[in-house]
Write a protein that binds this ligand. Sequence first.
Ligand code: ZN
Length: 459
Amino acid sequence: MKIYENSHYEKEECSCFMARDDKERFLVVTGGTKMEEFRGEALLMDGKKAKKCPLDVHNSRLVREIFPFTKPVSVRGRKFSIGLGDRLGIASAGHIKAVRGKGVFPVLAQQSIRELNLTGRTYDEVLADATWAVLQEGYEDGYGADGDHLKTKGEVAMALEAGFSMITLDCSEFIGDSNLTQSEAGHLETYRDCTFDLPGGVSINISEENYTETIAIYGRALEFTVEVYNELLRERDDVDFELSIDETMTPTKPEAHFLIAAWLKEKGVNVLNIAPRFCGEFQKGIDYRGDLMQFEKELRLHQAVAEYFGHRLSIHSGSDKFSVFPIIGRLTGLDCHVKTAGTNWLEALRCIATAAPALFRRMYRFALDNLDGAKAYYHIYTEKQMAPDDEALKDTELDRLLDINESRQILHVTYGYLLNETNPFRKIFFETMHKEETLYHEYLKSHIRRHLSSLMSMQ
Ligand code: ZN
């Protein structure tokens, strides 16, 4: 048994720590009246009664109750935050090692409904995994939990019920042609056909055309947003609210962003972040594709709009966007939120490529066979025939497949197939990852640190 050094905590005679053996990680609790409430097997430690407890949902709730630093909290009051979704439930400890002491607030638990469905997890389980990582690392600086891309009231209610501290509402299903008449948007009259001076010495003109177009495209989506906010979030000042409009085909015009923020302000919606759809492409797992000058020009305007209304920009699909990170850092002054979701999965595969090459080859071929199915969920440019051939690589060279854009994207989007419960790799994958915990954390730390230093490079 190996004890995680930083996980020793005591409160009112209840003492606990986390440990691992060659099969699994677990919690050991001794003393205190609370001990009875933990689920686990009784054992004797130095002649004292103790319990060896599995890292499950029930036990994680007790830990959050006894040690409040393990509970997710609002990001308000901190400038720069980063979303670090953990699809496997084993990455967050490595994420903590990456952000510790770097002045960035981590949102450790961050999953969309699509990710929950593809990995067969629940919000309770996602939050439990983050709780264990926080205890394991003894991380007391606070973290967030984001119910990402939620599309219905039921989904928002489910994330709140599980104790999430942030809600990202995705109203994209209502974006498009709405039948909203202009009189129904009467509260925006004062913004019509006007020019506004924004922070940073820029101005924005809301022409008659911008006005009618924005109401036609976003009107119904904004009504839905206000409805969800009033019903479920208005009373919850402990919960951060983000509005995402990024999953649409056309980029969000800064003028539309301005009117959307104005609409929310007039309706008293306290929105912390807005995620516009930026120009160019933010594809999974690879760098930005598009015109950097255009991106910078539009980002400057989006940032000015955000400062004018007092919210932050949220940048989605932010992993590996190294060519735009310095621009984002400089223009936002790092008063923003950046979400990365799936690259912790790719770093896990890098471990597999290094530690279990034969398993990695099987997984890679399985990914290729299922690429077409996965492309229904994720927009990537890679086609099957572009895939590099693993047979041309020696075992020691296999990790190169994690650095080539095409194979990287293929492995990135097929996680749902590779981790499916009926899949024979799943068990051996997790067993290998348990053995390689230290290596995995090292990979994650250097991967996320590269993101942070690029974002901070122009400060
Ligand atoms: Zn998004």
